[in-house]
Ligand binder design. Structure first.
Ligand code: SAM
Ligand code: SF4
Length: 344
């Protein structure tokens, strides 16, 4: 991991500095993990026994709100709140309401496992959450339990209905396909998305954190998934983009788009517009690399002065790597930290 020395960056309020990295990519999107905790233990994301961070090592919700405001002042226009499971954090709604009010922010979006949506969907919509991603890896109750270890499919399905009723601009399912585990559900899951008039994205499993299975044995290529879908549906390539790594196809005569997030078969790094902040306040410049800057000491040592934080964030652009380095055949994970730590 490379360390950077914090240089003072000159700031003029007329032309506030933007986040542009050494390869000319503009960073205008942050993903903020607000907890490493979760009510599920998905097999690709967590080990069965997890040790979570002590509470004082996690950013307070006020610190999260302050960070978001600073990033928005540096040109960030989209914020995704994630985790762990963001909605199991106490008072997460307060934070979402605070962020929803930040001037200059165009899009507040959320990634959730859906377990709390039945209760919270309406309030989230009122807080200003525009779009919501809900993870769903199986429509079979027993299999859903096996994959999530602790999750209940019915509760998540009720959460999806609550999200539909709340009227978000967009609802998208996120599915991690694993060979021999749920890869036979591609068509069932897409049929469900079509029937619900919502979108679905297939995410290739990434080697983040040490889990209980060999990732190359369960790996499902999105190229193969696309072939299965093309044999069943008329798919139209879609130029639509959310500014993210997903490539989209529209299912003809339906409202559903199918996205493919393919870190292995399609390297999306050249257009990367994002950075991630963990619930400990670590600013990771790439999901698949270790380059980071610790923002928590700056938040805590300078409670009334944002300048050191601004300088550190601007300087971090110098160490944003060109790309990730995922290889499932490694005996060790590419990155030791779990997705639940970095925030998906
Ligand atoms: N708990 C929420 C959820 O499950 O949607 C938000 C956090 S979760 C880490 C965000 C996304 O990361 C989920 O869609 C999950 O499927 C995905 N994910 C977790 N670990 C992954 C891995 N190793 N490879 C690919 N996707 C992963
Ligand atoms: Fe929890 Fe989301 Fe990770 Fe599943 S993918 S264990 S729901 S953080």
């Amino acid at each position: 991991m490379r360390q950077i020395k914090i240089k003072k960056v000159l700031n003029s309020s007329k032309n506030p500095p933007k986040l542009i990295d050494q390869f000319g990519r503009t960073v205008d999107y942050i993903r903020l993990s607000i907890t490493d905790r979760c009510d599920f233990r998905c097999v690709y994301c967590m080990a069965e026994e997890m040790t979570f961070l002590p509470r004082d090592e996690v950013l307070s919700l006020e610190e999260c709100a302050r960070l978001v405001k600073v990033f928005v002042s540096l040109g960030v226009s989209k914020v995704r709140i994630t985790g762990g499971e963001p909605l199991v954090r106490k008072n997460a709604l307060w934070l979402l309401e605070e962020i929803g009010k930040v001037e200059g922010l165009n899009e507040l979006v959320l990634t959730t496992n859906g377990s709390q949506l039945e209760k919270q969907a309406q309030d989230l919509k009122h807080a200003g959450v525009k779009r919501i991603n809900i993870s769903l890896d199986s429509l079979d109750t027993a299999r859903f339990k096996n994959i999530t270890r602790t999750g209940e499919l019915d509760k998540v399905l009720r959460g999806i209905q609550a999200a539909k009723l709340a009227g978000f601009e967009n609802i998208k399912l996120n599915t991690v396909l694993m060979r021999g585990v749920n890869d036979d559900e591609v068509l069932t899951l897409v049929n469900f998305a079509i029937a619900q008039a919502i979108d679905i994205s297939f995410i290739e499993e990434m080697p983040l954190g040490d889990v209980d299975h060999k990732r190359d044995s369960t790996f499902c290529s999105n190229a193969d998934t696309l072939k299965i879908l093309q044999s069943e549906y008329p798919l139209i390539t879609s130029a639509e983009t959310t500014g993210g790594p997903a490539r989209y196809w529209r299912v003809a005569n339906s409202k559903t788009k199918i996205g493919f997030i393919s870190p292995h078969s399609h390297n999306f790094c050249e257009s990367c517009n994002r950075v991630r902040i963990t619930c400990k306040g670590e600013l990771y410049l790439c999901l698949g690399q270790e380059d980071k800057v610790d923002l928590m000491p700056l938040l805590r040592n300078y409670p009334d002065n944002d300048q050191p934080l601004i300088d550190a964030i601007l300087n971090s652009m110098a160490i944003k790597p060109k790309g990730h380095d995922f290889d499932l055949k490694r005996t060790k994970p590419a990155v030791i930290r779990f997705m639940s730590h970095t925030g998906g």
